[in-house]
Write a protein that binds this ligand. Structure first.
Ligand code: SF4
Ligand code: F3S
Length: 104
């Protein structure tokens, strides 16, 4: 599966949702996640993300993010249509450790 990772937080560009053939993105207030059981590993979303936040779970060190994606995908609503990025997207793009900063 592919996973949405830290840099999506408070950017949420949503370009990714438009290209997913199986519509497996789910939307929280500050970032999106991918449902790992629905993702068919096609990879088309990865280059679409301006924040480079989407990665294959075969990359090392993504265990935490795989769990975050799996957990929130079961409770957040599905999103298939692109919407405006968050107002602070440009300033937030590239900030390190957003999850720790804003959610713990
Ligand atoms: Fe959707 Fe393909 Fe991205 Fe998986 S890899 S989330 S199926 S676009
Ligand atoms: Fe997030 Fe990138 Fe999609 S910032 S909403 S994963 S296009």
């Amino acid at each position: 599966t592919y996973v949405v990772t830290d840099n999506c937080i408070r950017c949420k560009y949503t370009d990714c949702v438009e290209v997913c053939p199986v519509d497996c993105f789910y939307e929280g207030e500050n970032f999106l996640v991918i449902h790992p059981d629905e993702c068919i590993d096609c990879g088309v979303c990865e280059p679409e993300c301006p924040a480079e936040a989407i990665k294959p779970d075969t990359e090392p060190g993504l265990d935490k993010w795989l769990k975050i994606n799996a957990d929130f995908a079961t409770v957040w609503p599905n999103i298939t249509i692109k919407r405006d990025a968050m107002p602070e997207a440009k300033e937030m793009d590239g900030e390190e450790g957003k999850y720790e900063k804003y959610f713990s």
